[in-house]
Ligand binder design. Structure first.
Ligand SMILES: Nc1ncnc2c1ncn2[C@@H]1O[C@H](COP(=O)(O)OP(=O)(O)OP(=O)(O)O)[C@@H](O)[C@H]1O
Ligand SMILES: [Mg+2]
Length: 473
């Protein structure tokens, strides 16, 4: 089996040969006792493929940085005693791949330099990952400082990181290891990956796997192996045993266990019809001072099932809200360093106004503006800066491209909330509204009171609701 894989990898002459190995060799089980160099090359092939899926030459060049670094590291390891025994088989493949990719990158760089088009550097969609998104992540310094200071205090409380959809919760957790000192080890668990499991053994194994891989990503730490038999016999006892081993190995630091989308534990609680999982979390809070829990989600305590209050009582809430004006301006004008000056001052002002600093909407609107300007550049070969009118012109495209976000926002509301928002969008005021609903909409950061008047916090949301009214939805 390894023989076939090695033949395929060594026959690559062009980038397309490398990227097609991902499909051609997907049947090889990675758990097999394959040589580490082979495993690393298979992974590198996958990141090369992801890079060539990039939308523009600029984006491809950016995404190629990682596999090029990994190939260079592999080349280095093959030359030293680390992987010396793999060198005869894999040395020449690695060198050849490196050459192919570097040549292709040169061609992409020429393409990018010769193109008058503006590189579309904005990332609107998935959570930002530091290795890829780099300095595109803006703001949130106050949250990082608070997490760090409180986590290292004598008796840290449990954290609740609260932010509405696409406020940047997962991105903030992804950047945490770079933003807090080395005495704190952030460990990331995506509860979404656990929600569908119905057996505690699978849940615990997934927890151990996610914690282990995130300790490595965050701090290059290799955690001890968990005892599979113990987990099989009594999953949570096995997990506790493993946590003790981890504590023993790293006794002088604290772990910040970040449970992203923690609300989805409700699915486990429902499907197992038991609160064992909550009891486990409570036990960790009370008896394991080295572990600090951070629950991240888009619901406030009063919007959750009542059984959470036991677990989350006395939590320190960290509120992830809109970016402030200067952070928003930085995201617009300097998403990456040395970004070309493509906006007129009125355009920046309009984007800040329409989005009120909502980071996803800023990235989306800016990405649509670049597409809009590039279309013009392709037609006339002339570059001009974006104006307020350009920003207004792309709003309908923003609604199309961000459909998932807007539709989800609307579906999440109750019928009575929708009526109030529709009326406010159409008439600019609402007569004798139900105060409870208003409070809820204010709490959800959709509207605010301003001198006794109600207004939308994000004018783009108001425009979206206006389009719904137009189409009588
Ligand atoms: N601090 C930030 N700086 C720049 N862009 C950001 C920031 N935070 C979020 N974004 C933008 O918002 C998008 C969504 O971010 P992310 O997935 O982290 O949000 P989330 O709150 O976890 O969303 P969800 O509630 O859907 O899980 C990103 O793709 C990015 O465009
Ligand atoms: Mg998220």
């Amino acid at each position: 089996m390894a023989g076939i894989a090695i033949d395929t990898l060594s026959q690559c002459r062009y980038v397309t040969d490398i990227t097609s190995t991902v499909d051609n060799l997907h049947w090889i089980p990675k758990s097999q006792d394959l040589s580490p160099a082979l495993l690393r090359l298979l992974d590198i092939a996958a990141s090369i493929r992801a890079a060539y899926d990039g939308t523009t030459p600029y984006r491809k060049i950016e995404l190629l940085k990682q596999p090029i670094t990994e190939l260079s590291q592999l080349k280095g390891d093959l030359a030293t005693s680390k992987l010396a025994k793999d060198a005869p088989l894999f040395g020449s493949i690695t060198n050849k791949w490196l050459q192919i990719i570097q040549d292709s990158r040169k061609t992409l760089e020429e393409e990018a330099a010769n193109s008058p088009e503006i590189p579309n550097v904005y990332l609107a969609g998935n959570a930002l990952l530091p290795n890829d998104a780099k300095e595109r992540f803006k703001g949130r310094q106050d949250i990082f400082r608070e997490i760090e200071n409180i986590s290292l205090s004598a008796q840290p409380p449990v954290f609740l990181l609260y932010g509405r959809r696409r406020a940047g919760k997962t991105s903030a957790l992804n950047y945490l290891p770079r933003k807090v000192g080395s005495n704190l080890i952030p460990l990331f668990v995506d509860v979404q990956n656990i929600a569908s499991f119905t057996s505690y053994e699978n849940i615990v194994n997934s927890l151990v796997e996610q914690i282990t891989s995130s300790a490595f990503t965050a701090r290059n730490l290799i955690l001890p192996h968990a005892n599979a038999d113990a987990i099989n016999q009594d999953p949570f006892a096995g997990l506790q045993q493993w946590m003790s081993l981890v504590e023993k190995k790293i006794s002088n630091k604290r772990f910040l266990l970040c449970l992203d989308e923690f609300e989805r534990f409700e699915e486990v609680i429902e499907s197992t019809n038991s609160r064992t999982l909550l009891n486990f979390l409570r036990h960790v809070m009370q008896h394991r001072p080295q572990w600090i829990l951070l629950f991240s989600g888009s619901h406030r305590l009063n919007e959750l099932q009542p059984y959470w209050s036991d677990c989350l009582i006395g939590t320190r809430t960290l509120h992830l809200t809109y970016l402030n004006k200067s952070e928003a301006q930085e995201l617009i004008q300097q998403p990456v360093t040395n970004f070309r000056d493509i906006y007129g001052a009125d355009a920046v002002e309009e984007i800040v106004y329409l989005t009120n600093g909502q980071p996803y909407l800023i990235q989306l609107i800016c990405s649509c503006i670049i597409d809009h300007l590039n279309r013009e550049i392709r037609q006339s070969q002339i570059f001009r800066k974006a104006t307020r009118q350009d920003v207004r012109d792309v709003v309908s495209t923003v609604f199309e491209q961000g459909e998932g976000y807007f539709v989800e926002f609307w579906q999440y509301l109750s019928e009575r909330e929708r009526i109030i928002l529709r009326t406010l969008a159409q008439q600019g005021t609402v007569d004798a509204p139900d105060q409870l609903i208003i409070n809820k909409l204010v709490q959800a950061e959709i509207i605010r009171q301003n001198n006794g008047n109600l207004e939308f916090q994000v004018p783009l949301i108001r425009s979206y609701i206006e389009t719904l009214v137009e189409f009588r939805i």
